[in-house]
Design a protein around this ligand. Sequence first.
Ligand code: ADP
Ligand code: MG
Length: 322
Amino acid sequence: MNEFALIDRFFKRTIHDPYVRLGIGDDAAIVVPAPGQELAISVDMLVEGRHFLPDVDPEALGHKVLAVNLSDLAAMGARPRWALLGGALPEADERWIEAFTRGLFALADRYGVTLIGGDTTRGPRNFCLTILGELPAGTAITRSGARAGDDVWVSGTLGDAMLALAAIQRRTAVDAALLPVLRARLERPEPRIALGERLRGVATAALDVSDGLTGDLAHILEASRVGARIELAAVPRGEALAAKMAGPERGLALSCLLAGGDDYELCFAASPDARERLEAIASEVQVPVTRIGALTAEPGLVVRDEGGATLSPLPEAFDHFQ
Ligand code: ADP
Ligand code: MG
């Protein structure tokens, strides 16, 4: 199968979006943003051996390539619209590509995302997806709008993806009944799109937790020129992680909870006046949100343990170059 037959068969689909003037098949796609809207644009790359293993389930990978990008839009409060996919493949393995696109399009269809273009080449397997989203002009939730006195919130639970990886790599053991849930957190993250959109006008700053809570929260602190005090006991965790926190593997549990990557939950700041509104939003979109601390005028991030003592040193966030 040649390159163009492959694109036609697996990536080109009938487009139902009237705002796409031109999709796959020309030198560039043409889209029309709705009046009064701005575009939020982001790109994320997943590389074999670094972000996924050679034996990854291709359907789950198709899901994840899009999910991690949708998560960035969620953090801005944007509504996802269009995507472009750059892919390198070692060979035209039809079954593999079919499963990959099944995972990709299933998630795309759930959020009304149209694939409008991309690039396909032979090479070590990696995928680079560009996502475009819309939001009313001037309403994006950035990292820089937080103020001292704001509450700090996170959605869902943290640390499950890193705990899943540790379990898969047999660095720890988890209850067999809990493993499928953990695995799903790692392999099929659920972007918090509905929550993100509802946070516009409520959250003063937000980001998605892809590299660990403390490292990612530090980006908000830096951009907003504030500090934070976080209560460890308040940081939401799943059952498997909660069990480890109280036992001999507390060190691992702390790393997962505070520095574990790949969770794709939202961390955001909001005025204490917004508490009731946030609880209402959370129940409407059916994503739990938890208040984990507050922003302070003094710079720096302090995490207080269950007894009120400052946790030091903090587990380190993941960094590709360290
Ligand atoms: P060009 O060489 O002019 O850049 P290509 O031959 O790379 O064009 O691609 C032909 C068309 O197929 C373009 O519209 C491009 O956006 C689209 N395309 C290529 N690869 C993909 C892909 N993996 N997913 C979606 N669209 C793709
Ligand atoms: Mg090209």
